[in-house]
Design a protein around this ligand. Structure first.
Ligand SMILES: Nc1ncnc2c1ncn2[C@@H]1O[C@H](COP(=O)(O)OP(=O)(O)O)[C@@H](O)[C@H]1O
Ligand SMILES: [Mg+2]
Length: 413
């Protein structure tokens, strides 16, 4: 039986990938760090994985790469998937070295590092925010003045995720604090992978935000239905919910698909999946915010399945193991997720005021007593749980979500 390597299973998509591989008759070896396995893997996840776990030190990329190539050669590995965005360049390197379907290893860093992404977008004229790159606050101030870049600006780290360190800066006095926040994490959590501390300073793109998924096989891109994305509108932008599918005009849908395809071509995404975040601006055009060579987080994989019968995790495994991905929607319904977010740090005490609805499929919350970060420091991770809903269409599921969430209070002591 041939084998799939899953680089890190502790993220939101790990269980979806494990189940998809099992359905396809593939054995899976999960690759992670020993300490991460001990601290971050829930008992249920360990049980789902079984014994096939390989420990490595992702922070020592070169040693890890050599170890994984040797393992893959000895163990009939027929494909590699990424369960943690920070590892997507390593996944591309390994696939190239082993002659397996993957992305262009020379450009794969562009799917994780926003500096490289901005450079590739500029080179390939992909519609995206005007971007300045600075390593020091003084350089940021000088470049903003030199280019006549107007406020508001978005300031964010080159290599983080989940909105960590992202802020919208409305005036020059706020820049220093935003810059320092963007440089707060020189290493990734939890593997301690060293990160590029360049700060990205972007034009603020107005309009409405969406995300969209793509399945790519041999360079052929198939776009999946678009996801409506709900974010906070204040200085710290965090995602508070998603609905699949977004209701869009034919024109916006075309803009989203065409612009996303150009982004994937620029980044050398050739085999696998991609998660694209973008905005439809007030003039109706699309601008790409970011692209990840990975599945979507936040249970969007489940939403896609509930709304359309699509299994993106399975399509991902198929695309990287030389199979033809199955990506035809089988029905047209709708699904939504809403998060219970704590705006300040503290100890989670309980959730109050959650409404009821026949559209609710599941509710998940942390145990009272869990420490929770606020949105400023923890971005999207400032959550204590979520609710998933289904409905006949987008309007119905959004209305149900609004009722359920209307009086929710996250109590933090
Ligand atoms: N240039 C921009 N203009 C407007 N909003 C932005 C811009 N860049 C980021 N954002 C907002 O901040 C959120 C997080 O930024 P993003 O670049 O996606 O970083 P992360 O990798 O942390 O998700 C986005 O989903 C979007 O709402
Ligand atoms: Mg993002």
């Amino acid at each position: 039986m041939s084998r799939l390597l899953l680089l890190e299973a502790m993220g939101n998509t790990g269980p979806y990938l494990l189940r998809a591989a099992e359905e396809l008759g593939l054995r899976v070896t999960v690759v992670t760090h020993e300490d991460v396995y001990a601290k971050c893997y829930a008992p249920a996840l360990k049980e789902l994985i079984g014994d096939d776990v390989l420990f490595t030190d992702f922070a020592d990329t070169e040693t890890s790469r050599r170890q994984l190539v040797a393992y893959a050669r000895d163990n009939d590995v027929s494909g590699i998937v990424c369960g943690w965005e920070f590892l997507s360049p390593l996944v591309a390197d390994l696939a190239a070295e082993l002659g397996l379907p993957g992305n262009d290893p020379r450009r794969a860093l562009g799917c994780r590092n926003k500096r490289v992404m901005a450079e590739l977008f500029a080179e390939h004229a992909v519609p995206s925010p005007r971007t300045l790159l600075a390593r020091t606050y003084e350089s940021a101030v000088a470049q903003i003045a030199e280019r006549g870049q107007e406020y508001p600006l978005v300031v964010k780290p080159a290599e983080q995720s989940a909105s960590w360190g992202v802020s919208v800066v409305r005036e020059p006095q706020e820049l220093a604090a935003a810059f320092a926040l963007a440089q707060s994490w020189p290493v990734e959590t939890p593997h301690h992978i060293p990160l590029d501390t360049t700060v990205i300073i972007q034009e603020y793109v107005g309009g409405v935000e969406f995300s969209v998924e793509a399945v790519v096989c041999g360079g052929l891109i198939t776009m999946l239905p678009v996801t409506e994305k709900f974010t906070t509108q204040d200085a710290y932008r965090v995602e508070i919910g998603h609905t699949v599918p977004a209701v869009l005009s034919a024109e916006s849908l075309t803009q989203i698909r065409r612009t996303s395809e150009r982004a994937l071509e620029a980044l050398g995404v050739l085999n696998g999946v991609a998660h694209i975040e973008l905005k439809i601006t007030p003039d109706g055009s699309a601008k790409i915010i970011e692209v990840g060579a990975r599945l979507p987080g936040d249970h969007v994989v489940r939403l896609m399945h509930v709304a359309h019968g699509l299994d993106e995790a399975r399509a991902y495994v198929e695309a990287v193991t030389g199979r033809q991905p199955e990506i035809t929607p089988t029905y047209e319904r709708a699904a939504a997720i809403r998060f219970f977010t704590s705006y300040r740090a503290g100890t989670f005490q309980g959730l109050r005021g959650l409404g009821t609805s026949p559209h609710v499929m599941s509710v998940d919350t942390d145990a009272p007593g869990t420490r929770v970060g606020g949105v400023r420091d923890k971005g999207n991770d400032a959550r204590v749980g979520h609710v998933i809903l289904s409905g006949a269409d987008t309007a119905e599921v959004n209305a149900a979500a609004a009722v359920v969430m209307a009086h929710v209070r996250v109590e933090v002591g």
